[in-house]
Design a protein around this ligand. Structure first.
Ligand SMILES: *Cc1c(COP(=O)(O)O)cnc(C)c1O
Length: 422
């Protein structure tokens, strides 16, 4: 066995302590594979530190992070203001539960509502929890406001959606791997094709309460709807008196070149908005559901909750994340750099590429049928120092932190060009 010993130092109080750490990558991988459930198939690299857009493995090799933890790491790793907010708050107050008020939640939600242009917010932790919250909210609205008969509410969703992994949510997935063997599934969801407003119009019944959709289907392979789709579905929802629920967990907070992806279409503002991922600044799970007060105001004490939702540590981090996105103009940066990256990628002449598409710094490279798999391209990129992940068999996703520099995008493009031409 090949055990390498590395020497690490840590600064504990005043005395410097030197410790011996085993850094053998294979050992760590085989340990993880032995001990952890195999619900992921990670690429064979063990990351042990990161800063900004760069990450280092246990052997000291450097990688440019082009996955950003599925768009959660928009501010870059260990952003100094996030680390300060986290550590300062961690030393003051971390968790009260919502049995009491805390001094951090209100200021956080105030800024979130202002930036999202909605009245009220309900804080949760993970994205899936926020989606569940939105489902409960629109059902309650359906019964109390729209007058749908009890337990008959229907929610329309799209094929190839990704809204998380709870039993309710996977029940309306069209993806066998997400869904199979996890039934019985909850009723009350109707599937239509993404990108076709006429199908929405036709699917609405008197019991329909909402249409739940992603502005761009990111997990499905960065599928961008036709121009005008979001404003068309907005009009259809208003016409029929149902709620438009946008899941901007992945597309929101600057990623696509606007603060929210729906802002690319005029007149596409949702009734209910779901955000998460980058809201946690890359350090903590923070999500939220936002809506006008006549809708979110329907939720009464005892009807919904989360022990950690809205905790002061999450709120301190979430507020700082929003301030950084605003102060560092990250939406504008994503717009400019995204255009630059797309231009650069489209100059790549490779018979393996079927299509390159994206908005802001959310980019998908779709491979030709018969080309090596997206995972194979991701393995080649890993060897060249680029971290990214396939989404489904044919699409390589590029979603670097929004703080990335142009020369770093040039370098990534060069690596991709080489990975696609061997
Ligand atoms: C990641 C994601 C979710 C689920 O978020 P988790 O924090 O993993 O539960 C839901 N919707 C979309 C669009 C996502 O990208």
């Amino acid at each position: 066995m090949n055990i390498r010993l590395g020497v690490g130092q840590c600064n504990c109080g005043n005395s410097r302590v030197t410790e011996i750490v085993v850094t053998e990558t294979d050992q760590l991988i085989s340990q993880a594979e032995r001990i952890s459930a195999k619900n992921y198939a990670p690429l064979p690299v063990v990351i042990s530190k990161a800063r900004g857009v760069w990450a280092w493995d246990t052997e000291g090799r450097r990688y440019l992070d082009c996955l950003s933890a599925y768009s959660s790491m928009s501010l870059g790793h260990c952003h100094p203001r996030i680390v300060d907010a986290l550590t300062e708050q961690a030393q003051r107050l971390t968790l009260t539960s919502r049995a009491f008020h805390n001094d951090r939640m209100g200021p956080f939600l105030e800024l979130l509502c202002e930036l999202c242009q909605l009245d009220m917010a309900l804080p949760m932790n993970t994205g899936a929890e926020a989606v569940e919250t939105a489902i409960k909210l629109v059902r309650k609205w359906g019964y109390r406001v729209k007058g749908v008969p009890h337990d008959r509410a229907e929610i329309i969703v799209c094929r190839n959606n990704f809204h998380g992994r709870t039993t309710t949510i996977v029940g309306f997935s069209s993806e066998a791997a997400y869904r199979e063997d996890f039934g019985p599934y909850g009723p009350g969801f109707e599937l239509i094709d993404f990108g076709d407003p006429d199908q929405l119009d036709a699917a609405i019944t008197p019991n329909t309460v909402a249409f739940l959709v992603e502005p761009i289907q990111a997990e499905a392979g960065i599928r961008i709807p036709p121009p005008g789709y979001l404003s068309a579905i907005r009009r259809i929802c208003s016409k029929h008196g149902i709620l438009l629920v946008l899941d901007e967990i992945q597309t929101g907070l600057g990623r696509t070149g606007k603060f929210l992806a729906h802002e690319h279409d005029a007149g596409a503002a949702p009734d209910v908005l779901i955000v998460g991922k980058a809201l946690g600044g890359g350090v903590y799970p923070v999500s939220a559901v936002l809506a006008p007060s006549p809708i979110l105001g329907l939720i009464q004490p005892g009807e919904h909750g989360s022990t950690f939702g809205g905790n002061p540590l999450a709120a301190a981090v979430g507020k700082t994340a929003l301030e950084i996105i605003r102060d560092e103009h990250l939406s504008e940066r994503a717009a400019e750099l995204g255009d630059y990256l797309l231009d650069r990628l489209r100059q790549i002449r490779s018979p393996l590429v079927a299509e390159i598409r994206g908005r802001g710094l959310l980019v998908g490279i779709e491979l030709q049928p018969g080309a090596p798999s997206a995972r194979e391209i991701c393995s080649r990129l890993l060897e060249r120092g680029v971290l990214t992940k396939d989404t489904h068999e044919r699409v390589v996703r590029l979603a670097p932190p929004l703080i990335i520099e142009k020369d770093e995008l040039d370098w990534v493009s060069d690596q991709l060009e080489e990975a696609l031409t061997v």
